[in-house]
Design a protein around this ligand. Sequence first.
Ligand SMILES: Nc1ncnc2c1ncn2[C@@H]1O[C@H](COP(=O)(O)OP(=O)(O)OP(=O)(O)O)[C@@H](O)[C@H]1O
Length: 253
Amino acid sequence: MPEPIIEADRVGYAYGKGPAALTDVSLAVHAGRNVALVGESGAGKTTLLRLLLGLTRPTSGVIRHAGEPLTRDRLPGYRRAVQAVFQDPYSSLDPRQRIARIVAEPLRGLGLGADPVRVAEALTAVGLPEDAGRRYPHEFSGGQRQRIAIARAIVCHPRLLLADEPVSALDLTTRVRIVDLLASLCAERDLTILLISHDLGVVAELCEHTAVLQRGRIVEQGATREVLRAPGHPYTKALLAGVPRLPEAAQPR
Ligand SMILES: Nc1ncnc2c1ncn2[C@@H]1O[C@H](COP(=O)(O)OP(=O)(O)OP(=O)(O)O)[C@@H](O)[C@H]1O
């Protein structure tokens, strides 16, 4: 298999002198193979995401991007390749800025300038109206705001999108539309997603590979279909037992 886009290799992390939040975590994301990270609250999902984003350094082990350890001098190139979308579309957009400026943020950060053509292309790609760029966040619904956050994340054509509960703040109909949007962006833009989600239905829709995190350790990982159909670990069984009905794709044949 070719080099993963991003890889955690035996990563450990502790906050200050506290107990380990992550222990010996190894996880690789390959181009074209979306990965889901599931696990209950406090399992360490957000901590791992912060490490993968280069916001925090691991206490032990190494994070690699395209085969090379993620060091400070490599962060600029990394920022271009890896972007993130978070759960809450209300707090993640600055209310005082117009949408065009919000979406252009990664371009400015990379020193590429607020190219209006790229911004318009990103807004169109997420299905927002043409005049959206001139408006402010409060003029948009939760689902539309999440589209704006996704436009901001894809404007510099990243290879990988780290998505932390991207649809859990949305109502069911909107959730389905945003999941469909993410799936089509993967197909059309060579984009791969690392998804954190409590919603195993969303996981089954979007991700070929699933890793299960429990108390800072990966207790199970493999093809999503296999993990959901025949969970090998009691914790995964318990997670699955909490799901009323899985989508067709994950049902036993
Ligand atoms: N800033 C912090 N300082 C100290 N401990 C922290 C901090 N942030 C998280 N932790 C601890 O690290 C562990 C992992 O937390 P983390 O937020 O990564 O879990 P999570 O799986 O993302 O949970 P959730 O689904 O609720 O977001 C928990 O025990 C948590 O209490």
